[in-house]
Design a protein around this ligand. Sequence first.
Ligand code: IPD
Ligand code: CA
Ligand code: CA
Length: 275
Amino acid sequence: MHPTLNFAVKAARRAGAIINRASDNLDALTVRHKSLNDLVSEVDRAAEDAIIETLKSVYPDHAILAEESGASGDSEYVWIIDPLDGTTNFLHGFPVYAVSIALAHKGRIQHGVVYDPVHNDLYTASRGSGAFLNDRRLRVSKRDKLIDCLIGTGFPFRVSAEIDAYTAMFKDLTTKTAGIRRPGAAALDLASVAAGRLDGFWEIGLSPWDMAAGTLLISEAGGLVGDLQGESSYMESGSIMAGNPKIFAQLLQVLQPHLTAKMKSGTNRPAAGLR
Ligand code: IPD
Ligand code: CA
Ligand code: CA
């Protein structure tokens, strides 16, 4: 394993230990609403602090883009951190959540870790070196007909103006696939595409920290990632689709007629330049 990825893993495991400890006593947590349906607890913050402390001890000059504390530092190297992806699941004791950490150099994601502390599953990738679940090499699925496919998604609870277009996509895909799943942690959903458990995925309104590590896992597992027009601006727009190469094109065909102007342009400007 690349030494930099190793430090990211160490940071993710430290965060995972904090999350696991807190999961034993969920009633004791203080929860705050950042906005409608967007929750944060002291666990998110403690996990993020532990990650940043671990990374900064080795790379004091690197910049940070983290969900809870925002952007800091000025460097060609940027760590993109979601300390607890799937906070709503976590707070309900619904065991689908993860830690996501990626490192970009000059805007290009080089290393990514998604750590599922419930199952002690570690998903890792370094650009050009493949994607792994623990010690096992990951490949995307081989299914080639959309009607046979299991597709993941996330519901757009924040982008309420887009809900009609989203539900039209959902309706269309319900009849054109084997099934749709909404597990509730985007980083793990992307890891599931890399692992071939999901054949494809789409969501609107995501942030860079939800996507950074998971998208590298998918491309290193032989899959494709794009925005809802099949192009590369998902980090800026927050609209993302992914899948094995055969399903990517078929998913694109179903989603495209439903696109609104906002889904095309999106809102996540801070990530401009990441890929
Ligand atoms: C959320 C999860 C969820 C997705 C949301 C994200 P958070 O992340 O990834 O699956 O649908 O858009 O914000 O807030 O739990 O880190
Ligand atoms: Ca997240
Ligand atoms: Ca989070």
